[in-house]
Ligand binder design. Structure first.
Ligand SMILES: CCCCC/C=C\C/C=C\C/C=C\C/C=C\C/C=C/C(=O)SCCNC(=O)CCNC(=O)[C@H](O)C(C)(C)COP(=O)(O)OP(=O)(O)OC[C@H]1O[C@@H](n2cnc3c(N)ncnc32)[C@H](O)[C@@H]1OP(=O)(O)O
Ligand SMILES: Cc1cc2nc3c(=O)[nH]c(=O)nc-3n(C[C@H](O)[C@H](O)[C@H](O)COP(=O)(O)OP(=O)(O)OC[C@H]3O[C@@H](n4cnc5c(N)ncnc54)[C@H](O)[C@@H]3O)c2cc1C
Length: 710
């Protein structure tokens, strides 16, 4: 084995003791490998250090890939696109954290242009193109162009406007972004200050930034790339302010990319972490009385006539927020991707990594065998699957609501808002925390950029803020919960994901029948406990708000908002558990696949129960003894998951390129990769560092001189 310690140590000592090494010198260990020829390297690369783990799996991994991806077709397309990206040197990303901001941005432009070239050359379908961009895995202006600019025009533009603008956007003749947030306001959309004042003399809107705080601030793709934006501004006509509306505004010349007259714009500066979201040009934008034709107001929901009359179609004004609802829905699906990547890295590495426990010279213990490692990691593995399935369901709900809206049925708008807002908030918060937990699960090596985890965390964590701060979104869910509770007395039956609240008489007084650890494997027992907890927390909040009799309802809501957040989380966790249970009730082909998903579903539910035991006990849904039984069952489930863990992350079907982690490599050959990766750092280009002669040598010499004088 390569780790035959002494050789490596000797080489290393010799290397570090030589001050005259040339630039780009490779370390002796690598030389040793190379001197044995590529044959040897190849043989090493073919070793599957995780083969024994894969052999213990009790289910058909190929079929699990289908369950994860949604269909055989989805596995096939994803596989093709992932390999296409992985095999193309332009899409290399292993050096990303070492690039300067300018280099990184240029690299992003290059990748986006190359991706587009490949999409056109290969005549990829929309599905294939989306996947290709996903596997390129570098945030950039195209995300906002396809993810928000195009959907905003589709959702809020009239047919004529779509006809005019979409073909330009589809062919990249224009590049667009979504300019809503301002320096002074993000969450409070109604507080935005940019104005769009109609001038009937010229049939134009005058777009203006009246204050510093009205500067658009944050829009992705705005800083350097976009030629156009959907700008949200207060519509003023006939002297009256009609609130926020969307406008298509050209920002830059289509000839030389310079800002148009009256437009000031740029990038807002470096962001958290190396690489990560710094590939995105989040921007600042100010308007100085910029004129646009009247027909560049997005007029599907409301219009301004030639004479300047404001006309609002007979539709809810919240449809203006439709693009945000759409993106929140995709962010839930994205959470399962980010979480599964982190978990894949941590599970594989935990199976490779060994610490302690060697007896009589035998092997040490794989850290994955430690119960503490399992109790931290397996709930995250289960959450990745849970988020995947609830994401699929949310996508179905979104499509269903969209079809209903087309038919002027607005009855499910509130349900769509509550589910997208709540699920976005819970899944992104859990995922961000989980990526950091996976870093810790990988010990010291998890802190290296080459583990992929620091960058994954840095790129992911703003998801807790963009598309709605998670607390602000959960308070939206809480408002809807309070409204639903208040309507129960009048006999109005709640629908959709709130339907369980209709069982208020039963759920307020039911007692769990669980009397053994195995009883917690019964989905009805889980479902009932989660429903009772969520309902009782919501009802408690409603009672506390109304008991503050001296206060207005809004003031009571404000006072109780920390409890309301917890009630909203309980409701959303119930949705996730319910959708997972529904999933495993379906027919799922493949040897052992359903059993594994069943186990993961139970892990997810019982882990949440254990983590939030205080809620379940305080609301009297379960007894302390039942809580202890749930924890006992959880331990048994971890033991069941253990032999399948590596295969369960293999089912995500990620290429090494997409994972971007030396710790998460498919072959588990972690140590040579870590070692080799270290030498690629620019600091290792010279043996004696730059600055030695300026700072280190004089310091050492000075100290030596002082000592010699003593
Ligand atoms: C690299 C990783 C990429 C991951 C992403 C993956 C895929 C995504 C694909 C593409 C995107 C690409 C990249 C994404 C990355 C970053 C992009 C980021 C973009 C942005 O951040 S855009 C800006 C987003 N801004 C916000 O989200 C602002 C948050 N605030 C609001 O939404 C609202 O203002 C509010 C907080 C919900 C409240 O609004 P307000 O007008 O004050 O109303 P209320 O008085 O609170 O409520 C009135 C009434 O309306 C109902 N309501 C509110 N919102 C909605 C809604 N959206 N739909 C339906 N109904 C709504 C509310 O319930 C009230 O109802 P009542 O019956 O009580 O009156
Ligand atoms: C990486 C990134 C990309 C982005 N991309 C875009 C983009 O493309 N286009 C765009 O328009 N915008 C974009 N944004 C802006 C983003 O949508 C906003 O930052 C986000 O909606 C949060 O708003 P805020 O910054 O005003 O936060 P604030 O509302 O100022 O939040 C600050 C704190 O106040 C709390 N808070 C606020 N209101 C309440 C309340 N009512 N009750 C209790 N607590 C409250 C929050 O929980 C938070 O803790 C992006 C942001 C980021 C970080």
């Amino acid at each position: 084995m390569w780790r035959g310690g002494s050789n490596t140590r000797t080489c290393k000592r010799r290397f570090f003791s030589s001050p005259t090494r040339s630039r780009h010198h490779r370390p002796p260990y690598i030389c040793r490998l190379h001197s044995r020829g590529s044959q040897h390297l190849k043989a090493m690369a073919e070793v599957d250090h995780l083969a024994a783990e894969r052999a213990t799996a009790r289910f058909d991994v190929e079929e699990m890939k289908v369950a994860w991806a949604g269909s055989r077709h989805a596995v096939h397309v994803a596989d093709r696109m992932a390999r296409l990206v992985a095999s193309d040197p332009v899409f290399r990303k292993d050096n990303r954290t070492m690039l300067s901001r300018k280099e990184l941005f240029k690299d992003t432009l290059r990748k986006a242009a190359h991706a587009w070239k490949r999409i056109v050359e290969l005549r990829l379908t929309e599905e294939e193109a989306d996947l290709l961009r996903q596997y390129v895995d570098q945030p950039g202006y195209v995300d906002l162009h396809w993810g928000m600019f195009v959907p905003a025009i589709k959702g809020q533009g009239t047919e004529e406007q779509q006809h005019k603008w979409l073909p330009l956007a589809y062919k990249f003749q224009i590049i667009g972004c979504y300019a809503q947030t301002e320096l002074g306001h993000g969450s409070n959309v109604q507080g935005l200050e940019t104005t769009a004042t109609f001038d009937p003399k010229t049939d134009e809107f005058v777009i203006h930034s009246p204050t510093l705080t009205s500067s658009k601030w944050w829009p992705g793709g705005l800083g350097k790339a976009s030629t156009h934006a959907v700008v949200y501004a207060r519509l003023i006509t006939e002297g009256k302010d009609y609130g926020i509306h969307g406008f298509i505004v050209q920002l830059r010349s289509l000839e030389d990319h310079s800002p148009l007259p009256g437009v000031t714009l740029g990038d807002i500066g470096g962001k958290f972490g190396s690489g990560a979201y710094n590939s995105m040009d989040n921007g600042v934008l100010r308007f100085d009385h910029v004129r646009i034709p009247r027909d560049q107001m997005l007029m599907r929901l409301s219009q301004v006539t030639r004479e300047g009359k404001y006309v609002h179609s007979n539709v809810p004004k919240q449809l203006l927020y439709g693009t945000m609802v759409y993106v929140r829905q995709s962010i839930v699906a994205d959470a399962s991707k980010a979480l599964s990547r982190a978990v894949c890295i941590a599970v594989r590495y935990s199976a490779v990594r060994k610490q302690f426990g060697s007896q009589d010279g035998g092997p040490e213990t794989q850290v994955l065998n430690y119960k503490t490692q399992q109790s931290r990691l397996f709930p995250l593995l289960a959450s990745a699957y849970a988020f995947r399935f609830v994401g699929d369901w949310l996508n179905w709900l979104y499509t269903d609501v969209t079809q209903k809206l087309e038919a002027k049925d607005f009855s499910t708008l509130q349900e769509a808002h509550a589910c997208t807002a709540g699920l976005k908030a819970v899944t992104t918060s859990v995922t961000a925390d989980a990526i950091e937990e996976c870093r810790k699960l990988c010990g010291g090596h998890g802190y290296l950029n080459s583990s992929g985890l620091p960058e994954l965390f840095a790129v992911y964590v703003p998801a807790c803020t963009y598309e709605g701060d998670n607390v602000v979104l959960l308070l939206q869910v809480a408002r809807i919960l309070m409204k639903t509770v208040s309507q129960l007395a009048s006999g109005k039956q709640p629908v959709g994901t709130m339907a369980y609240m209709g069982k208020v008489q039963y759920l307020m007084q039911c007692k769990s029948a669980v009397s053994s650890a195995e009883d917690w494997l019964n989905p009805d027992a889980i479902q009932e406990a989660f429903e009772a907890r969520a309902l009782r927390m919501a009802v408690n909040c409603a009672q506390n708000i109304s008991q503050a009799a001296s206060q207005e309802e809004a003031a009571g809501f404000y006072e109780r908002s920390p409890d309301l957040l917890e009630a909203a989380v309980a409701h959303i966790q119930l949705i996730i558990v319910t959708k997972f249970i529904e999933k495993v009730h379906q027919e799922i082909p493949g040897h052992g696949v359903k059993e594994q998903l069943q186990a993961l579903c139970n892990v997810y539910a019982l882990y949440i129960l254990h983590k939030h035991l205080g809620d379940f006990l305080a609301t009297g849904c379960i007894t302390p003894r039942q809580g202890a039984l749930a924890n006992e069952q959880l331990g048994k489930l971890y033991a069941q998951v253990r032999p399948n863990a590596v295969a369960l992350v293999d089912a995500f079907n990620y290429t090494d390129h997409y994972l971007g982690s030396v710790l998460g490599r498919y072959d588990g050959d972690v140590y040579p990769a870590l070692y080799e990766e270290a030498w690629k750092d620019p600091l290792n280009e010279t043996v004696v560092p730059e600055g030695y002669h300026e700072y280190l040598r004089p310091l050492i010499k000075q100290q030596q001189l002082k000592l010699s004088r003593l």
